[in-house]
Design a protein around this ligand. Structure first.
Ligand SMILES: Cc1cc2nc3c(=O)[nH]c(=O)nc-3n(C[C@H](O)[C@H](O)[C@H](O)COP(=O)(O)OP(=O)(O)OC[C@H]3O[C@@H](n4cnc5c(N)ncnc54)[C@H](O)[C@@H]3O)c2cc1C
Length: 485
């Protein structure tokens, strides 16, 4: 194990710097946090402009080391993970935002080679021009290819198409033991460890992604309003059988017989023939660029039980049952992107997102979780319920077949932390787990119960990073990094 940053730099320099290493990238000391803004930490941020020798040049740019720099390097995309996954306190964070090349999309297979810092927004816009859509879309387009692979992200079509890495045919990975070209058939062990490995197997510099052919940028959507959780969950099971995409918004403020009432949206890409005349003129119209911004001065504690309950009531009433609406894919997949920095609404203390998954036979955990948070006095500002199909082979990939609920929870109420601890026990007891891309609080004991294949993942890490150079605040906190300082 390296004792100082100087030692680490020496190891990597020997193994990974190529003869035509790129110019030293820019670097600066910065405090970083995730989207929930709960656990900031300071690191030296290095911003390479070239995919060649990223890891080695980042270590050089961070300086020769005077012992004040703790070991540790991690990649960062657009910082849309909620907790501390893209941070490395006292170490080096490789900001991939300048790695932005998008290759030509193969007109037959839809395959495209992209740099890791390309956002899904940029890829989607480039693809739509010739009728190609991203294979899996999370709730925001402001996510990089590197972040999408590292978290093996899922979308509203998981039950039909699996998660993001099921549509990735190869990944170029820069590790302390040199560069690797991996895929489902080329070093599948390293490929699947990287899928959901939260950056802890290396820095992804490029990937080949298979896009989906679409005739239009519009969706055909059916909406159903359900007055209770059982009807909502039965509805999701029913619509999943016939729709590629489905999702339910849940009103977590409703109690009693209305507990878990919600609005269900299900649909698929609209064909050109399904578009009304006014849309048919521009069938592949791209999403609108976002214009709204949250002002700096947000009143403190704007997200409280009263405002949350009023918002939920209004949203529930707005969701009238309708069939075959034509909606733009921007509004269907990424409604939150309309406001650039909406996370600031949660004020200085920020918020946590608790997203868990449990198998079909444990569906009772969904209403149980909602009720527990209500009893703990912890308002939930946004709750999204989805169904997953079978998971990817990755040892740390989050999805398993069953139910997943994502809950946005403002930090503040005294009952929140103990309620989430109890919920951890219930989820783990049901064989489920919490999503690392959203997590800011899991501890090692609970993490290893939820992710029983941790040892398998660590064995792959030892192969490509025997000194434990790749580290993040998340990896240290949950015990993935065996060499944490
Ligand atoms: C509004 C909103 C909605 C969301 N909806 C969903 C959803 O529906 N489904 C879902 O699955 N997720 C969802 N997410 C989470 C998001 O998709 C993931 O957290 C994703 O990883 C963020 O990508 P990023 O580029 O911002 O990466 P960051 O947050 O910067 O980093 C996330 C992880 O990826 C690693 N990483 C980033 N780039 C690289 C690289 N080049 N090489 C190696 N590792 C790298 C980092 O080290 C870190 O561990 C949502 C997030 C937000 C804010």
């Amino acid at each position: 194990m390296p004792k100082t940053a100087r030692g680490e730099a020496a190891i990597v320099t020997k193994t990974a710097i190529s003869k035509d290493a790129p110019p030293t990238p820019a670097s600066a000391e910065r405090t970083l946090s995730g989207w929930g803004r709960t656990s900031p930490s300071a690191a030296r941020v290095v911003t390479p402009d070239d995919v060649t020798g990223v890891l080695a040049s980042a270590l050089l740019a961070a300086g020769p080391g005077d012992g004040s720099l703790k070991p540790g390097v991690i990649a960062r995309g657009l910082g849309r993970s909620y907790g501390d996954a893209a941070q490395c306190a006292g170490g080096i964070v490789v900001d991939t935002q300048n790695l932005g090349r998008i290759g030509a999309i193969d007109p037959e297979s839809g395959e495209v080679e992209v740099d890791a810092g390309v956002s899904l927004d940029a890829l989607l816009r480039a693809g739509l021009e010739s009728g190609w859509f991203i294979p899996v879309s999370p709730g925001t387009r402001q996510v990089t290819i590197g972040g999408a692979i590292a978290a093996d992200i899922h979308g509203k079509n998981h039950h039909a198409d699996g998660s993001f890495c099921s549509h990735v045919t190869s990944v170029t990975l820069d590790t302390p033991r040199g560069g690797h070209e991996v895929g489902p058939d080329a070093d599948p062990e390293l490929f699947w460890a990287t899928a959901g490995g939260m950056g802890l197997t290396g820095i992804i510099t490029r990937a080949r992604v298979s896009m989906r052919k679409v005739e239009t940028s519009w969706m055909r959507v059916d909406t159903e309003r359900h007055t209770g959780i059982d009807s909502l969950m039965d509805g999701l099971v029913r619509v999943d059988g016939v729709n590629r995409y489905s999702v339910a918004w849940v009103d977590c403020a409703a109690t009693g017989s209305r507990l878990g009432r919600g609005i269900l949206d299900a649909g698929d890409h609209a064909t050109a023939a399904e578009l009304p005349a006014k849309r048919a003129a521009d069938p592949l119209a791209p999403p609108r660029r976002r214009g709204l911004k949250v002002p700096n001065l947000v009143p403190p504690r704007i997200m409280n039980a009263l405002t949350v309950s009023a918002f939920n009531e209004a949203w529930f009433r707005k969701g009238i049952s309708r069939t075959s609406q034509i909606r733009h894919l921007g509004g269907f997949f990424h409604p939150l992107d309309a406001v650039a920095n909406w996370n600031l609404l949660y004020g200085r203390r920020g918020f946590v997102q608790y997203q868990f998954v449990v198998g079909d036979e444990h569906r009772a955990v969904i209403p149980q979780a909602i009720e527990m948070l209500q009893k703990a006095g912890a308002p939930c500002t946004l709750a999204v319920l989805k169904r997953f199909g079978p998971g990817d082979p990755g040892p740390l990939s989050f999805p398993i077949a069953g139910w997943t609920l994502a809950l946005d929870l403002p930090v503040g109420p005294a009952g929140l932390r103990p309620a989430l601890r109890r919920l951890d026990d219930i989820v783990a007891g049901a064989g489920g787990r919490v999503y690392l891309a959203k997590d800011a609080r899991l501890e090692p004991e609970m993490f290893s119960v939820m992710y029983p294949r941790l040892g398998e993942f660590q064995a792959v890490r030892r192969r490509v990073d025997p000194e434990g150079l790749l580290q993040s605040d998340l990896g240290r906190r949950v015990g993935i990094c065996e060499h944490a300082p």
